[in-house]
Design a protein around this ligand. Structure first.
Ligand SMILES: CC1=C(CCC(=O)O)c2cc3nc(cc4[nH]c(cc5[nH]c(cc1n2)c(C)c5CCC(=O)O)c(CCC(=O)O)c4C)C(CCC(=O)O)=C3C
Ligand SMILES: [Fe+2]
Length: 361
């Protein structure tokens, strides 16, 4: 029987999103509190949500992921309850952490819906955990919370993304399929945040955030080549730039890059949202609505690959990451599968990792 000891609960930690039009403005206020995002940008992003009826897809996707994970755990004989908390919308993480404590949970393993290292995608979730623990009443014993390693290069995450690319390629017209460029897309972040991503000891290798994406993009491209027998070019671009126009963010933007690719004579692309764990708002607006329209305008045949979502290989990967971390915490030697060149990520973020001021737990 797989052994989840020392854990007595799992916590899915995510971003959260609005459920209805009245939620959109308060949600955006939660996201941007103290972050200096210009008013115009907020109004623009609000419109993206209103275009979809004021409802983000992310909460339903997290509910589906929890259901799939519960089924996966049950079929593996692992008896761990799955709790859910968000940074920016209900169920809010502090309420979930209060519930964990009230239920007597002592050791909690957190899975964040983000596969990469950076302040936004890793450390900020740690800050949310710390804040939630600090908000517990003084007479409540806080549970200890760990977080699974960055899983961008876990074979199951790679397999899910590879399947997404293969399905998108199959949907392209035959005449352009073999020439299709694989355009991997992730969330842009400020270059300063990118430069400070990952552990200080690996900073000489460059940005962990960018390096991790380039690594998984190369791995997926190689797997697609293996499956199709066709060598295709690939690259990494960015979407969803926010902040002040004066602050440098990672580039190129997917739309700008599509213009260049059209000028270079590229006739087909697959957009691979490898930076995102599910098809949430950035994917359905920034890619499906905006970037696909850009491609159509330019005469490029474009398809968007599915993100990992509830792909069985990804759900299995999460269960394996839980078993792996439990074994690590028990002091056992355990395989830590990782594809590509970077190796498995650290389990505990050291001081200075993604600008964090403290080491984990
Ligand atoms: C790296 C990264 C991820 C991936 C990792 C992860 O998933 O955590 C991510 C995910 C998400 N970001 C999301 C939404 C938003 N992000 C914003 C703003 C920002 N994101 C940033 C980075 C990231 N964001 C940054 C550096 C900012 C600037 C403000 C700041 O420095 O914090 C804003 C403000 C308006 C705007 O300017 O866009 C919104 C509304 C949603 C929900 C989608 C849905 O509803 O389906 C999700 C999953
Ligand atoms: Fe974001």
């Amino acid at each position: 029987m797989p052994n989840p000891d020392p854990y007595d609960a799992l916590l899915l930690l995510s971003f959260g999103g609005p459920e209805k039009p009245e939620d959109v403005v308060p949600f955006l206020e939660n996201v941007t509190r103290g972050r200096g995002i210009p008013r115009e940008r907020l109004e623009e992003v609000g419109q993206h949500y209103f275009l979809f009826g004021g409802k983000s897809p992310i909460n339903d996707q997290n509910k589906a992921l929890i259901a799939a994970l519960e089924a996966e755990l049950a079929s593996a004989g692992i008896d761990l309850p799955v709790y859910w908390g968000n940074r920016n919308w209900e169920p809010y993480l502090p309420d979930t952490v209060a519930q964990l404590a009230a239920d007597g949970r002592r050791r909690v393993l957190c899975i964040a819906t983000s596969a990469y290292s950076s302040w936004s995608s890793c450390r900020q979730y740690w800050d949310n955990i710390d804040d939630a623990l600090a908000a517990l009443p003084g007479d409540v014993e806080p549970p200890r919370i760990d977080k699974v390693r960055a899983y961008f290069n876990h074979p199951g995450f790679v397999a899910a993304n590879t399947d997404g690319v293969l399905a998108a390629l199959a949907d392209l017209p035959e005449g352009v399929r073999d020439d299709a460029r694989l355009v991997f897309v992730t969330h842009s972040i400020p270059t300063a945040m990118s430069d400070s991503s990952g552990p200080p000891a690996r900073r000489a290798e460059g940005s962990a955030y960018v390096g991790q994406h380039l690594d998984v993009a190369a791995t997926v491209t190689a797997a697609v080549r293996e499956a199709t027998g066709v060598e295709r070019e690939h690259e990494l671009v960015y979407c969803s730039r926010s902040g002040s126009p004066r602050t440098p963010w990672l580039e190129p933007d997917v739309n700008d890059r599509l213009e260049e690719l059209a000028a270079e004579g590229v006739r087909a692309v697959v957009l691979v949202p490898v930076g995102f764990v599910s098809d949430h708002m950035e994917v359905v607006y920034d890619l499906d609505t905006e970037a696909l329209a850009t491609a159509a305008k330019l005469g490029i045949e474009a398809r968007r690959a599915a993100s990992a979502g509830v792909h069985p290989a990804f759900v299995t990967a999460l269960r394996e990451l839980v078993e792996e971390r439990a074994a690590v915490e028990r002091g056992e030697d355990v395989a830590r599968p990782a594809l590509g060149v970077r190796g498995p990520s650290h389990d505990r973020c050291p001081v200075g990792c993604c600008l964090g001021e403290r080491a984990d737990a």
